[in-house]
Design a protein around this ligand. Structure first.
Ligand code: ADP
Ligand code: MG
Ligand code: MG
Ligand code: MG
Length: 416
């Protein structure tokens, strides 16, 4: 397709993409027989499932504005460009962890990709109380591989600097995170909402909490200034699609170079929110095993992340940092191990800060989580939300005093 940008619709998609080889070769030449559905449930973009005689594919198209809000909030189409480039890098660094990409049209801001089926969104599965056996391993490996291999620990420095420059232009999506995540929850920003009046008192308390606000801005500074690796940038349970056997990460349009701990913290925050929301979905104690499952998933995700990151540190440290010539090549194994421990420790501490902030913004900011939103009883919902808000505050303010994932989970169990 060429010509100026034009949003696709269910009615026009077959006519407009019917001669795109990447699509016809997979789903069938006979475009008039294609069945097209729009399934986008996200906040920003259009997502179509296209089924033909031979198969199916997904077409994701950006719009020049925020879908959730409308054309009063413009947002550039180039986010599709960043999503495409992030997907290709993730595929190279963590093969099999993202949908296969068939085609990218920059002018039309559209990506044609593998239709994940029968996958469902992880968040939805967790709300239903399902226990997926592989998510901790798959997500832990994905994070370790993408975060390590996108950093100066691994990449040739010239390549990394060029890539840093490429993604630096994703300013508008970074701006969304900088404001919606790190600042808006902590004052009476225009687009905020929370369960009211139940949470009004606690919300006022958090907004008057000087230590919390100072720490949140410290985390924001780190997010904005520490360009250490290519992040997914929006790695929550709504950006992961699962079956019993498979896990795929989708939707990296927020990708940019930032701190490793950001993806890890956002992801684990969403697991903690899933944990604290279970009471709201429980009937006759039927979520007891789900809660135990979620605690195990959190422990395993962190420990698999740590283990794989350590493995890559020992076997793939080919970048400009902590070169082997300074350590192993001189017979000094311990030096490299000491540096690894330091790095994992700073990822750990920062991860807790990002996790706490992600929790706050999902309950006080613009974009809420279905985990809590689907709890119809407002008092019950507010009860779950209040508990996790206080838990989030502990993570942000006391993160330097928390030393293990077991300790955080003990706190979660106590506060839930
Ligand atoms: P947004 O950027 O608007 O949040 P997403 O990429 O998250 O868009 O996609 C929105 C929804 O579309 C997802 O929640 C999922 O249900 C569906 N979807 C997206 N990509 C795929 C895919 N490759 N296969 C199947 N469904 C998909
Ligand atoms: Mg999404
Ligand atoms: Mg979504
Ligand atoms: Mg998105």
């Amino acid at each position: 397709m060429s010509g100026p940008f034009e949003a696709l619709s269910v009615e026009t998609l077959a006519a407009r993409l019917g001669r795109t080889a990447a699509l016809t070769s997979r789903i069938g030449e006979n475009a008039s027989a294609w069945k097209v559905r729009e399934v986008g449930d996200g906040n920003l973009n259009l997502v179509f499932i296209v089924e033909g005689e031979k198969g199916a594919a997904v077409v994701k198209q950006a719009l020049p504005y925020v879908r959730l809000v409308g054309d009063s909030w413009p947002l550039p189409l180039k986010r599709s460009f960043f999503e495409y480039h992030a997907l290709t890098r993730q595929q190279a660094r963590a093969p099999g962890s993202v949908p296969e990409i068939y085609h990218f049209d920059e002018g039309q801001a559209l990506i044609v990709m593998e239709y994940l089926s029968p996958h469902v969104i992880l968040r939805k599965a967790l709300i239903e109380g399902r226990q997926l056996p592989n998510i901790a391993t798959d997500i832990g490996l994905f994070m370790a591989r993408t975060l390590f291999r996108g950093s100066d620990l691994s990449m040739p420095t010239k390549e990394r600097k060029a890539d840093l420059a490429l993604f630096a232009d994703n300013v508008e999506l970074c701006d969304i995170t900088e404001n919606l995540v790190f600042s808006d929850p902590y004052f009476d920003a225009k687009m905020n909402r929370h369960t009211s009046p139940q949470l009004d008192g606690l919300v006022a308390e958090l907004r008057a909490d000087r230590d919390l606000k100072v720490e949140a801005q410290r985390m924001k500074h780190l997010f904005a200034a520490n360009a250490e690796t290519l992040l997914h940038g929006d790695l929550h349970s709504g950006s992961i699609m699962v079956t019993e056997a498979e896990t795929r990460m989708i939707d990296p349009e927020f990708a940019f170079y930032g701190p490793m701990a950001f993806d890890v913290g956002m992801l684990l925050a969403n697991f903690w929110m899933a944990f604290f929301s279970q009471r709201g979905h429980e009937h006759d104690g039927d979520r007891a095993t789900t809660r135990v499952y979620l605690i195990d998933v959190i422990v395993d995700t962190w420990s698999i992340f740590r283990k794989e990151f350590s493995h890559l540190w020992r076997t793939e440290r080919t970048g400009i940092l902590y070169q082997k010539s300074l350590f192993e090549d001189q017979g000094d194994q311990l030096g490299a191990e000491q540096a690894l421990e330091q790095m994992l420790h700073s990822i750990w501490t920062d991860m807790l800060g990002f996790a706490g902030i992600e929790i706050h913004r999902r309950i006080l900011g613009l974009a809420h989580n279905a985990d809590f939103e689907t709890i119809a009883d407002q008092d019950l919902r507010a009860n779950c939300e209040a508990k996790v808000l206080k838990f989030g505050r502990q993570l942000v303010v006391n993160r330097r005093q928390i030393h293990s994932i077991e300790e955080v989970n003990a706190l979660a169990i106590l506060m839930e």
